[in-house]
Design a protein around this ligand. Structure first.
Ligand SMILES: Nc1ncnc2c1ncn2[C@@H]1O[C@H](COP(=O)(O)OP(=O)(O)OP(=O)(O)O)[C@@H](O)[C@H]1O
Length: 486
């Protein structure tokens, strides 16, 4: 590492159990180097002497248990040290979950289960995190997952994201799950839960994950709650099947990150309750964490307190209120990063650094642009695009078109809405005709995404941008509501 000392470089000495918080403006980056002591970002440890790069309007905190000195290069829009953090409470939670894992492992191996005499269950923690907007739900999921894998001993919790506005491992509009085996680094909001091997450059091997992904296609749950409910249940079925086949992995448990609209917001209360219940059932949740919200805590206690553990946990004062325009920019960064990778220029004076555990220069992709015939792919939309939710229909009125009905789209039709839209490429249908069923299209996961960048109606051809080199001829794709902007 050969950093040239620059103006804009500052050393911070952090006392034990404090954190350095920062926020970045668009187009700026920040480099942080741990000089002495130990420190972590949302549960992922920093290595001493390495320079970590942050960008794309990242907002995060370097926390230390025992104290440390860090060198920060760059110009964050906000930076300060906080002595009040909820990390102690989060660490206690982690320890309670760890005891559940130990009991589950003991039961699996036929050893005596600690505290069994006191009625302690031998089930691993299957945790649902709920809370209002910007309460830090995703961050808490990340911290608890990172603490679990840092225990070692093959801890490999499944991290589940049912928040379609999050972007998680791939792009917004998805719900997904991945087995996590090494700490998830934080570098930008582009991959809030780590990078996925499905789009990452092939040189990335260290911490790329292979998530199971379903395509919901929208960022708001009110757009099609029925579809989201079904996808959550599909995800749950897959996760449970995986746990059945791998009892050792099952003992690490799972953690589910939810959208804020499950807790509050403009959607109907019924939809919210239905979707929370879908998660509780699908992932066999035994612990609900409610982040800093008294009313929601009471609501959850009433609905679930008799059969599972509901715990209210504190919100961190560091969580940043993110406005809709920020979210729109992050969605664009995420879509762009899916196709082109993440290019982050270090601040002046930094010559080499790592981004989320990878060398900064390795994070660039070259998508392929190809021309295919209209007939080469089959395009569907799920439900009518401009459809109001069922709850908004007049009493007694029924829908003529189901929210779940796949509608075949003709690229040649005027106003097909296909140009510059993001489409999810479905996994193949069941190879055995006898196993096929009408609604199979709703239950297929996605293998990747593409964008139609040009429609040549007279010649019935279209240009497709996709990061995957494989042929898409014969594939079925589903349109969502995300637009691609260069
Ligand atoms: N202690 C902290 N210091 C600085 N920034 C933080 C801290 N905790 C969280 N943040 C940042 O605050 C923002 C919001 O946090 P997070 O995404 O975890 O909230 P959320 O409740 O999941 O949000 P949403 O309602 O959008 O689902 C993120 O950019 C996150 O990195």
């Amino acid at each position: 590492m050969s950093d040239v000392p620059q103006a804009g470089t500052k050393e911070w000495v952090l006392e034990p159990e404090t954190e350095y918080r920062f926020e970045l403006d668009p187009g700026t980056s920040l480099a942080i180097k741990l000089l002495r002591g130990n420190a972590e970002i949302f549960g992922a440890e920093l290595a001493e002497g390495k320079t970590y790069l942050f960008g794309f309007e990242c907002k995060a905190a370097v926390f230390t248990w025992q104290g440390c000195t860090i060198k920060v290069t760059g110009q964050p829009s906000t930076e300060y040290v906080s002595e009040e953090t909820p990390m102690g409470a989060y660490a206690n939670l982690h320890m309670a979950f760890e005891q559940m894992r130990v009991r589950a492992l003991s039961a699996l191996h036929g050893s005596p289960v600690p505290d069994a005499d006191y009625g302690a269950s031998a089930e691993p923690p299957r945790v649902l995190v709920v809370g209002p907007e910007n309460s830090g739900k995703t961050t808490i999921c990340k911290i608890l997952t990172n603490y679990a894998v840092r225990v070692g001993q093959n801890r490999s919790p499944i991290l589940v994201n049912v928040d379609p506005s999050e972007g998680a491992w791939i792009i917004p509009g998805t719900v997904s799950a991945a087995v996590v085996t090494s700490p998830i680094a934080t570098a930008s909001p582009v991959n809030p839960l780590g990078s996925a091997a499905t789009t990452a450059p092939t040189v990335l091997a260290s911490n790329a994950l292979t998530p199971l992904v379903y395509w919901y296609g929208h960022s708001e749950i009110k757009k099609n709650p029925l579809l989201l409910d079904r996808l959550i249940r599909n995800l749950g079925e897959n996760v449970m099947e995986r746990h059945c086949n791998d009892p050792e992995e099952r003992t690490s448990g799972l953690i589910v990150d939810t959208p804020s609209s499950f807790a509050s917001g403009s959607g109907s209360a019924d939809n919210r309750q239905t979707l929370v219940k879908a998660c509780v059932d699908a992932f066999r949740i035994n612990v609900i964490l409610v982040v800093g919200h008294e009313k929601l805590n009471v609501e959850m206690q009433r609905s679930y307190g008799s059969r599972l553990t509901v715990v209210k946990i504190p919100k961190s004062g560091g969580v940043v209120d993110l406005d809709p325009s920020y979210q729109e920019r992050v969605h664009n960064y995420q879509l762009h990063a899916y196709m082109y990778g993440q290019k982050l220029d270090p601040p002046p004076g930094i010559t080499s650094a790592i981004v989320a555990s990878e060398a900064a220069a390795d994070l660039v992709l070259a998508p392929s642009s190809s021309v295919v015939k209209f007939e080469d792919i089959t395009i569907y939309r799920i439900g009518e695009e401009t459809m109001a939710p069922s709850s908004a229909l007049p009493i007694g009125a029924t829908r003529t078109l189901s929210e779940m009905q796949p509608i075949l789209l003709d690229p040649a039709a005027v106003g097909s809405g296909l140009l510059n839209r993001v489409l999810g490429i479905l996994s193949p249908f069941h190879p055995d005709e006898n196993e096929r069923y009408d609604e199979e299209i709703l239950d297929l996961s996605v293998t990747g995404f593409l964008v139609i960048t040009n429609l040549d109606v007279p010649n019935r051809k279209m240009t497709i941008l996709s990061p995957n080199q494989g042929s898409i001829i014969g594939k079925t794709v589903i349109i969502g509501s995300f637009e691609w902007r260069e």
